[in-house]
Structure formats: C-alpha cells, structure tokens
Design a protein around this ligand. Structure first.
Ligand code: UD1
Ligand code: MG
Length: 456
C-alpha cells in the first residue's frame, strides 16, 4: 500500500509569544518542521502534504525544494479543519500518516510500526503514558480496554484528567476513512475548534477499530507548545545525543553541558570538555582533545588535534597534531597543516598555514598561503582588503615575520626571508633576505620632559 503523509503546520503557536511561526522554532539548530520532514524522508512516503496557514509564505520558503505539496488553511479552525484542506490531494487506497509540525522527534521505526497496524477496518494511533500528561488529549478506553475517544485537556473532567495515557497527535489511517470521518467533525467544544481527535469516536460508530502503538521513548512524542517545553525537549534531545556518543567511547566531560546541532563523527580516545557546541557536519579523528567553551562548525579535525579553550572554528580543516587556541578564531576556508600552531587572539580566514608553522599571538592572517616552518610574530596583520577587493599574501617556507608587521597584499615573501619587527611590507621580499620597512630610530640626547602647568 502507498503511504502519504500530512503534516499540520498552520498554527501560530500563541503560547510561544514569538513573531515567528511555531514550527520554525529551532530544536538542536534545526526547525521543528524540518525534523518532521526528515523523519518522513527516511521512510520514503510517496507524497508529503504540509498544511500551512499562519505566515504560510515563511513556512513554505523554509522547506521549499523538498518535494512537498502545500495546502493552505486560511483560518486556523482546528486540526480536523487543517486536515480537510489536504483531503483532495490524497489517493483513496493509500494509508495516510498524520504528523503535527510541533511534535518533532517521532522516529522512523515508530512511524513504520504505526503504519503496519493500519487495515481497512483499523486506525493506528500513537499513544504514550506520561508522568505529567498536562496539556495533552487523554485516551479513553472501555471496560475491555478498547479506545473509545480522545478528550482534549480543556474539555476533560477532573476524573479524565487523571488519565496518564495521552494522544501524541500521530495517526495512521486509510485515506478513504479520513475522507468520510473528517467532514463529520463538529466544533462543539470548549475551544470551538474542529478537533481531529474527534475522528476516533466517529470511527467507532462506523465499526472501525483503534489499534494503539507506543513509541520507544517518550521524547519521540513530546509536543512543543511553549518555550519551556522547547527548552526541556532540547535538553532531553542533547542528553540522548551525548549518551549515544558516550556509548561509542567518546569522553564527554559533562553530558549536561554538551550541544550538538547537526552531526558529529568521532574517532577513538576523543575528549570533549564542557560547554562545547558542534554545529553542521563535524568530523574528528582519533585522540582529538577539545577544551572547554569551543564552538566547532562544519569542520574536520584530524588525529591528535588539540583545540584549547574558548576557540571558534568554522568551515575549516585541521591536520594531525595541530594545536589551536586558546581564544583562536578560524573562519571559513582555514586549512591548518600538521603540527602547526595557532595561538591566542589569532584570526585566520581563507588561508593555509603550512606544516609546523606558528602563528602564536595576536595576529590576523587572511587570504594567505603559508609554507612550512613559518613563524609569524605577535601583532602581525595581513592587509588583504584595499577597500574594494581582496588580495593574497604568499609566504614561502622557513620565513620569519617579526612582531607587529603589516603585510600589504598582494605581496610575496620568498623562502627563508626574514622581516624586521614593526615593518610595513608592500613589495616582494627575495629568497633568504631581510625585509625591513620602518622609520629609523632617532635618539635626541639631553631632552627635557615638559613641565606640568601646576609645577610652575
Ligand atoms: C494536539 C491534540 C492533542 C494532543 C497534542 C499532542 C487536537 C485537537 N489536539 O493538541 O490531543 O495531545 O496535539 O501534541 O488535535 N494546527 C493547524 N491548524 C489548526 C490548529 C493546529 O495546522 O487550525 C497545527 C499546529 O500548527 C500544530 C498542530 O496542528 O503543529 C497541533 O496544534 P496545537 O494547537 O499545538 O494542538 P495541541 O493543543 O498541542
Ligand atoms: Mg501542540
């Protein structure tokens, strides 16, 4: 049977108090709706229909290009009303999986399990018993244990509120049943909304059974309605990710102070100290040690690299046994070769630092190509920008740049050259020569310090 999916994403999310639609709020660096779409992509549904409404253009733009059909719910009259906009897109003989855009972590195994219980006379409903079921719709069962109804928190009696089994919002159902049941839903409830959850009691009247399935972990079905729930889910999600890495042997000094907003591949014997944030696609080799408070984004760190505290690394490649930081910033396009050192308060951008070269303190190296065994003194600046265009600085191997030098690009400093401290270098320096470009020192003997007015 074909599987088609409907994702509800039209709501504003009033409880977020945000100018952004709720489904665009981020969990681990990725929007809630993108988490949902990614889950669906792993089970290869034949069609994904996203219902938009509040700030529809922003939501559409955000997930454009992912082979999605959009329908619009101009007025948000409830979840059943939202589903009704998607009905014309469905094929009668397909199984429809309905997900809520604010329940971001439903896993592929859970979705598959739910689809597998669907039959011509059976609806699959994902439910879970929670310690704290507040806010969720409750599952009512008869004496035999069969599901009879879902009652929303706001409509529930005191006794019903004690029920811990909740509706996760995830339903799998034959398209033709959905077509029959949704138009029968009314808005006769506390919120005056057309509740999708009402199709359960309507299904019973048509002789359709409800089969429930539970997720592996309650985190999969946690809904996000406010910032508190968002932050709680973020921490649970991060804890899960940290535990998975710990299981593979990575040392994470404190899993509560670890954040991964993307993917992280690790080798053996890696140590990640506290408060590090990994974003995008990060790969680290064997024996990599990352000290506290580092942010590492879309980068590759080879074996034995050490990142000292408070360093920020983005879109960079760092080769074996290189040492970065503390307080270093590697911007986009930095390539640090083996055993090189980049020290404190150094910024590197779009540059290659060669084998065993050192840029140890207070420097800016931009659009530069450095050979091996180069030493860049403290306070050195490559002037790569002339106010209109960027230019390259080439420094060949075994070059020594004295402290506080200014290298005005385009410029080439050839093999073995030596630059005197405090120089402004504007033209090529030949092989094995001394380049010096600074005013000569002048000493005035017998010079008298001016007197202060008050001393007169
Ligand atoms: C809903 C369920 C509740 C369940 C909970 C799980 C209903 C009536 N209630 O409650 O049983 O326990 O989710 O998290 O379904 N939406 C639209 N159009 C609308 C209204 C909502 O597209 O007119 C979308 C929202 O953008 C959101 C999702 O549907 O992504 C759920 O809506 P929300 O208002 O968050 O429902 P809950 O109160 O969480
Ligand atoms: Mg919700």
């Amino acid at each position: 049977m074909k599987t088609e999916a409907i994702v509800l994403a039209a709501g504003q999310g009033r409880r977020m108090y945000s100018s952004m639609p709720k489904v665009l709020q981020k969990l681990a660096g990725t929007s809630l709706i993108t988490h949902v779409i990614q889950s669906l992509q792993t089970i290869s549904v034949s069609k994904t229909i996203v219902v938009t409404g509040h700030m529809a253009d922003e939501v559409k733009h955000h997930i454009a290009g992912k082979n999605i059909i959009f329908t619009e719910q101009a007025e948000q009259l409830g979840t059943a009303h939202a589903v009704s906009t998607a009905l014309p897109e469905l094929q009668d003989d397909s199984v429809v999986i309905i997900l809520y855009g604010d329940v971001p972590l439903v896993g592929k195994d859970t979705i598959r399990k739910l689809i597998n219980v669907v039959a011509s006379d059976t609806i699959g409903l994902l439910t879970v018993a929670l310690e704290d079921p507040a806010g969720y719709g409750r599952i009512l069962r008869d004496a035999e244990g069969a599901v009879t109804e879902i009652i929303e928190h706001k409509d529930a009696s005191q006794d019903q509120l004690k029920i811990r089994e909740i509706n996760t919002g995830v339903i799998a159902i034959m398209a033709r049943h959905l077509r029959t049941l949704v138009p029968l839903v009314d808005n006769n409830n506390r919120q005056k909304e057309f509740y999708l959850t009402d199709i359960i009691k309507l299904a019973k009247t048509k002789g359709i059974n409800i089969n429930t399935v539970s997720p592996k972990s309650p985190i999969e079905v946690q809904g996000v309605n406010d910032k508190k729930q968002l932050s709680e889910l973020e921490r649970s999600f991060q804890k899960n990710q940290a535990e998975k890495l710990l299981e593979t042997g990575v040392t994470i000094v404190d899993p509560k102070r670890f954040d991964l907003r993307g993917s992280l591949q690790t080798g053996k014997d890696c140590v990640i100290d506290i408060n590090c944030v990994f974003e995008g696609d990060v790969r680290i080799g064997n024996g990599v040690h990352i000290e506290p408070n580092c942010i590492i984004k879309d980068s590759c760190l080879e074996d034995g690299v050490r990142i000292k505290a408070n360093s920020i690394i983005e879109d960079s490649e760092i080769s074996t046994n290189a040492i970065i930081g503390p307080f270093a910033r590697l911007r986009s396009g930095s390539k640090i070769m083996a055993k090189a050192k980049v020290g404190n308060f150094v910024e590197i951008k779009n540059s290659q630092i060669g084998l065993n070269s050192k840029v140890n303190h207070l420097a800016y190296v931009g659009d530069s190509l450095l050979g091996s065994e180069v030493n860049i003194g403290a306070g050195t600046i490559t002037c790569n920008y002339d106010g209109a265009d960027k230019h390259q600085t080439v420094i060949d191997s075994n070059v020594f740049i004295g402290s506080n030098s200014t290298l005005v690009a385009p410029v080439h400093i050839r093999d073995g050259a030596f630059i005197g401290a405090g120089s402004t270098i504007t033209s090529e320096v030949p092989v094995d020569s001394l380049g010096i470009g600074r005013a000569r020192q002048k000493n005035i003997t017998g010079w008298k310090k001016p007197n202060k007015k008050s001393d007169r």
